[in-house]
Ligand binder design. Structure first.
Ligand SMILES: [Cu+2]
Length: 170
């Protein structure tokens, strides 16, 4: 190695150390921002409830809270509604889901067939719906209007046609 090469190597390694330090700092900053979001919105928000809730996918359509879509929206508090959503090949029930603005909505979603997505367009509600399990998330709609539900988890030949609708009333 010539002296020039040795100098270059030294400079390169020093520069690389700065890059590593900067990258580690950036990752820690990301972690801090994520922790901030968790502390402020996460615990009662769009993160799926961690507790396992089992259901029988062969029976959800015939018995229990998902069996009758007309009774799927249940008031469960002074300003809280629980919505029992069934995500199936290839749609959502009830359709539309009608809820009031400003109320805490607890979505409890499950599937009678395969895995589906439950992504409410324009919000950060974006969860997976697994057959045999109940996915629970909370969301408060601050704006009235229509929201589209998109299945963003490949579920078969009708996947690209799988949508639902939420109507948030004033
Ligand atoms: Cu689907």
């Amino acid at each position: 190695m010539t002296e020039r090469e040795a100098q270059l190597k030294k400079a390169l390694l020093a520069y690389e150390k700065k890059w590593i330090a900067f990258s580690v700092f950036t990752v820690l900053l990301f972690a801090a921002i994520i922790a901030f979001t968790l502390a402020n919105h996460g615990l009662r928000g769009v993160i799926p409830v961690g507790q396992l809730e089992r259901v029988d996918p062969t029976k959800v359509r015939s018995e229990g809270p998902w069996a009758d879509p007309a009774k799927a929206v249940v008031q469960t508090g002074p300003n809280q509604y629980t919505v029992y959503v069934l995500a199936f090949s290839y749609g959502y029930q009830p359709n539309p889901i009608v809820v009031p603005k400003g109320a805490e909505i607890i979505f409890k979603a499950t599937s009678p067939d395969v895995i589906h997505g439950f992504h409410i367009e324009g919000t950060n509600v974006n969860v997976e719906v697994l057959p045999g399990e109940v996915t629970t998330v909370r969301y408060t709609f601050q704006k009235a209007g229509e929201y589209r539900i998109i299945c963003n988890q490949y579920c078969g030949v009708g996947h690209h046609l799988m949508f639902g609708k939420i109507v948030v009333e004033e």
